[in-house]
Every structure is written in structure tokens, then in C-alpha cells.
Design a protein around this ligand. Structure first.
Ligand code: F0G
Length: 456
């Protein structure tokens, strides 16, 4: 029996596939940087699950009542209430998006020489720590980088490694960060046990334990499905327990909170809240809007609650698995187990002719667009950037292409189409060429650098 989709379409946007020669023209105009493509030229956009999803009719209705009052807005109070009830922290600071939360927290807490250990940090997370003179330390378990390992919680922090660092450098560590799920290693979840033990270690050494909760609901769903003893627990009680281990959380509201913009800093400690709050006003926006419009806050208040519904999470994770399994059938190597928001193709393995410093993931992104108008993004050595001190290219542990599925936007046919483009590409993958810089920018070079294909 076929599964019933969770939604019906009420508002639609037409998409089309432009011709191959137009796609080539468009890619050249974009200087072989898919970030620079125009949306009208893209058939299926799997660049990101961030702010790209469809809103529900309830979110749209809430937007209509968005209160744009500068201070004292009803929409802010609705959002604050929703955030407290879903995430359980008593203090909330609004910001414009996840990196805004990082900037405020790091500006205050990270000093020159600070260390911030955690599982693999997201690129903006890393960059925000680095611009303050700190150093993120990747303590993800080593199996996270082994594509053949089927471990259910490959986002876990390596606890003995963390303890060693806490013991040796405790005074230099403003906080430890666990990113749930861990985007950089394939959208892999962190187990409850690992959260609990990371938190206990931090307590032992008197160090704050923060969570990056961009994709906390998917993480909770994986705990329910994969971790012993959680199968019968509600998503709400799992989220409550996850959050109970943390001193604070940084949230991009554009992912699991199903909004198109926004972010939050969530805190347990009043004193720290009072220190950080004015910096929210300085860098993001007023303390009761944080650069979100009243409309955005109103729809976020609703999205936070929709994003944690078990029925939705089941549908969401099944969609990612569907695409992942289709790619596996074609013989495309992907990171396993299939993650929570995206399928990660092992481009380094699939395109062995392209050396790491010619960016196999990025080259595959260009080839995929050319083949079928599908946009995706590299997660590899291009994203790793250069070492801020030596200026050498940093070699990523692996070269991936991420196919992120926006929330509630695409249906099975879109995913079948993407798999078909891969099928076509697989016949000619040995001819895919690497890319080199024409102009390299800093920081966040992947957004604005220009490339050309290397000569074959
Ligand atoms: N943390 C994680 C784990 C993220 O994946 C992102 C963004 C951020 C923080 C920053 O949040 O975009 O709201 O400023 N990830 C997007 C992505 C951009 O495509 O994975 P933001």
C-alpha cells in the first residue's frame, strides 16, 4: 500500500528545466559557483533545508496577525512562549538567524586563544569562533568519518578525547558545543547517552555545555527510533531530556523550526542572559525582535510546534531515506546511515579522478546542475577553507556533496527526478573535471569565489 503524503498543495510555483546549453551558459555566468545561480534556472534545488521550506496555512494565518511593534510586540511574546514550551529554557534572546546567535555568544565568551571543543562545527560556527581568535576542536568520534560504519549515532562526541582536552585546557574553554544533528558529518544524530555524558564531563570541569539546535527535532526522532529505551517515549519528553543536559542552546530557526528566517539564543542562567542580551540588541536587533519581523516571529511561534510533531518527523526522515536508497540502487556511494536532513554523496569516492584540492564535491555540484538542473552543495575541502595562520588549504576528512531536502517543499516525483539525473551522470562520471579558483575570497570562500573547470 502506497503511503499517503502528509500535505496537499494550496499554493504552487511553476518550475522548469532550461536546455542544456542554457544551463551551461548559466553555470558560466555563475563562474562555476552554484551559489551564484539564479533560481529560475534551477529545476530542483537541494542546496539547503534552511529557510527554503513551505509554510503551513497556520503559519501564513499567524503572519497576517504579525505585530510589528518595535518593543512589546504580541508576536514576540507568542514566540517567547512557544520557544520556552518547546525547548524548555527560561531565557530567550531573539536574533536574525543561527550565525547571529553564534556571533553574540562568541563575541562575549571567546577570547584570543580560547578553545571550543565539540562534535564537528558547522562552517559559520567555526568561522565565528575563529574571527574572535578562538579555535574550534573537532572531537567527533572517529567512526563519523568512516563511510562504511553503520553506527546509529555518528554525531557523538568522543568522550575520552573531550575529557583529555577539558583536563589539559579547562581554563581556555568558554563552552563545549554539541551540534544536534551534526550537519558536517552527514546529518548524523547524537545519542541521549552521549549528551548526558558530555554534560556530566562539562559539569565536572566547571565548563558550560551548549547545544546547536538547528536540527534538534530530527535528532530527537532518531533517538526515539535508534536508542535503546526510547521507543515508547514521546518526542516532547525526549526533547525535554535532551535540553535538560544543556546550559544553553544556539538555534537557527530556519531548519527544524520550519521558518524562513530567525534564530534564538536559549539560556538557563539569568546572569549570562543579562550579559548577552545587550549584545543581541547591538548585533542582531532589539531585545524583542532580534531582526525578525513581527510576521517572522509569529510564523516561527507556530513552526516550532509543527516541527516537533512525530507524524511530520516520520514523513521527513522517510523522504531523505527514499532519496538515499534510490541513489544506492544506482551505485552512488553515500554516507550511511542516511542522515536527518540530507543525503551526503561521497564525491571523493565516486569521482576518484579528481584530487581533493580540485574539490570533487564542488565539481560534482557543477556536473549535476549541468546534467539536470539540480543544485546541491559541497561539504569538503572547499568549505574547510584555509588555516587562518598558515593560509594552507585545509584538507577535509572527506569530500562530500550534500543533497539537502527543504521542508515540505518537494514530493516523491522530484526525488525520482534527482535520482534519474544521477543515473545519467553515472554513465559519464569519469569525464567530470575538477575546478580551480579564478578568484578566491575570504572568509566563507565557498559563497563568493569564482572557479573554472581544469583542462582535461
Ligand atoms: N548550525 C548549523 C548546524 C547549521 O547547519 C547552520 C546553517 C547554522 C548553525 C547557521 O544558521 O544559516 O541560520 O545562520 N546551516 C545552513 C545549511 C546554512 O545549509 O546547512 P543560519
Amino acid at each position: 500500500m502506497a503511503t499517503l503524503p502528509l500535505y496537499k498543495q494550496k499554493v504552487v510555483e511553476e518550475i522548469r528545466l532550461i536546455s542544456r546549453s542554457e544551463r551551461l551558459k548559466s553555470l558560466k555566468r555563475a563562474d562555476f559557483n552554484p551559489f551564484m545561480l539564479h533560481s529560475e534556472d534551477i529545476a530542483v534545488d537541494l542546496l539547503t533545508d534552511s529557510g527554503t521550506g513551505a509554510l503551513s496555512q497556520e503559519q501564513c494565518a499567524a503572519e497576517e496577525e504579525g505585530d510589528e511593534t518595535y518593543c512589546g510586540s504580541k508576536s514576540w511574546r507568542a514566540l517567547e512562549h512557544s520557544a520556552k514550551s518547546v525547548l524548555g529554557f527560561p531565557y530567550v534572546i531573539p536574533v536574525h538567524q543561527g550565525r547571529g546567535a553564534e556571533h553574540v555568544v562568541d563575541f562575549v565568551l571567546v577570547k584570543k586563544g580560547s578553545l571550543v571543543p565539540g562534535n564537528a562545527h558547522f562552517d559559520t560556527t567555526k568561522a565565528n569562533i575563529e574571527v574572535m581568535g578562538g579555535k574550534p576542536i573537532d572531537c567527533t568520534i572517529s567512526e563519523a568519518y568512516d563511510p562504511s560504519s553503520g553506527l546509529p549515532f555518528k554525531g557523538n562526541i568522543d568522550l575520552p578525547r573531550l575529557e583529555k582536552i577539558l583536563k589539559k585546557h579547562g581554563t581556555k574553554i568558554p563552552y563545549v558545543l554539541s551540534t544536534i544533528t551534526c550537519n558536517q558529518v552527514g546529518g548524523q544524530p547524537v545519542s541521549m547517552k552521549n549528551l548526558k555524558e558530555s554534560s556530566a564531563l562539562c559539569k565536572k570541569y566547571g565548563i558550560r555545555f551548549f547545544l546547536d539546535v538547528a536540527r534538534f527535532a530530527e535528532n530527537a526522532y532518531f533517538i526515539k527510533k535508534r536508542e535503546k529505551g526510547f521507543g515508547k517515549r514521546s518526542i516532547k519528553s525526549i526533547i525535554d531530556e535532551m535540553m535538560s543536559y544543556a546550559d544553553g542552546a544556539l538555534m537557527s530557526a530556519k531548519k527544524n523550526a520550519l521558518n524562513q528566517s530567525g534564530g534564538l539564543i536559549l539560556l538557563r542562567n539569568k546572569e549570562l542572559f543579562e550579559i548577552l542580551q545587550p549584545y543581541g540588541a547591538l548585533f542582531a536587533g532589539g531585545i524583542q525582535y532580534g531582526a525578525m519581523s513581527g510576521k517572522a516571529m509569529a510564523s516561527l511561534a507556530v513552526g516550532l510546534k509543527e516541527g516537533v510533531k512525530e507524524r511530520y518527523l516520520e514523513y521527513r526522515v522517510a523522504q531523505i531515506e527514499y532519496l538515499g536508497n534510490k541513489l544506492r540502487e544506482i551505485g552512488v556511494p553515500i554516507v550511511l546511515p542516511i542522515g536527518g536532513h540530507a543525503v551526503f554523496v561521497n564525491a571523493g569516492e565516486w569521482l576518484p579522478q579528481i584530487r581533493w584540492n580540485l574539490f570533487p564535491g564542488h565539481s560534482l555540484a557543477c556536473a549535476l546542475y549541468l546534467e539536470g538542473g539540480v543544485r546541491a552543495v559541497e561539504i569538503g575541502s572547499l568549505l574547510e577553507n584555509r588555516d587562518p595562520k598558515t593560509r594552507e588549504n585545509r584538507r577535509a576528512k572527506w569530500e562530500l556533496l550534500r543533497l539537502a531536502i527543504p521542508h515540505r517543499l518537494y514530493v516523491k516525483e522530484h526525488l525520482d527526478y534527482v535520482a534519474d539525473v544521477f543515473r545519467k551522470l553515472s554513465e559519464k562520471r569519469s569525464s567530470v573535471r575538477g575546478v580551480e579558483f579564478v578568484r578566491e575570497t575570504y572568509p566563507m570562500r565557498h559563497f563568493t569565489s569564482k572557479f573554472r573547470l581544469i583542462k582535461s
